[in-house]
Design a protein around this ligand. Structure first.
Ligand code: ADP
Ligand code: NI
Length: 222
């Protein structure tokens, strides 16, 4: 691969690579999740004045080492799939480090666990990923993930867990409706950028409506 690739060529190669990695995913982390996060991240980056190349690369590679998909990967210390790719396309060490640093800050780590970001680029990618976890798409993804992990839709006797650590979050395996209380309904107040806060509010309102309808059909009080 030539080392003279420009940023556009690097992004294009990365798109093809990531597509091939997640083509067969059925947990809600398929290529079109990555595509939506990439597009949203680009538009947030433009609105917020973030470095577009770094944001695009981190958005495209943000789930290639995710613990939910590659449970043996130690995301605290290294991102073998993303770093292997960046190395293979001979991205400069500085840029590699910057992209990996953003990816490390994206993931949700539990209801009671803070996930601060250290740059506008990380803030934008985290917001874009979280916007795709809420609203109608978020509802669809949550049930797809729950099904892929053999979780039941709703246990009326269940109770959400307010995880105090990332470990506790990783081990939780409740019903999918509980996941709304453990993550999805918390996200609107955890958006970083103003643009994402506004989008999140509409998507949040839709999830509230969805839950009202869901409980209504069950014939139970919320
Ligand atoms: P993050 O890195 O913040 O977890 P992802 O892009 O990997 O974000 O997507 C996480 C999505 O996976 C959630 O938004 C949800 O749709 C799904 N998910 C994760 N855990 C659960 C769960 N326990 N029950 C249902 N869905 C879940
Ligand atoms: Ni994601």
């Amino acid at each position: 691969m030539p080392i003279t690739m420009n940023h556009q060529e690097i992004v294009d190669k990365t798109v093809a690579h990531v597509k091939s990695l997640c083509e067969t995913d059925s947990t809600g982390h398929d290529w079109w999740h990555i595509y939506r996060v990439w597009q949203t991240a680009k538009s947030l980056a433009k609105a917020e004045g973030a470095n577009l190349f770094l944001v695009e690369m981190a958005a495209l590679l943000h789930d290639t080492d995710d613990w939910k998909l590659a449970p043996n990967t130690n995301i605290e210390t290294m991102l073998p799939n993303a770093s292997g790719w960046l190395e293979s396309i001979k991205l400069s060490e500085t840029l590699q480090h910057e992209v990996l640093h953003i990816i490390n800050q994206v993931s949700f780590k539990g209801a009671g666990v803070d996930t601060p970001t250290s740059s506008i680029e990380a803030a934008v990618v985290q917001d874009a990923d979280r916007l795709d976890a809420i609203g109608a798409i978020g509802v669809a993804r949550a049930f797809a993930y729950g099904g892929a992990k053999s979780r039941i839709l709703f246990n009326p006797e269940g109770k959400p867990t307010m995880h105090q650590s990332f470990e506790e979050y990783k081990q939780s395996n409740g019903d999918t409706i509980s996941h709304f209380y453990e993550k999805l309904l918390l996200l609107k107040d955890r958006m970083n950028t103003q643009t994402a806060k506004e989008l999140a509010q509409q998507r949040h309102d839709f999830m509230e409506q969805f839950l009202d309808q869901f409980y209504g059909e069950w014939g139970i009080e919320r």
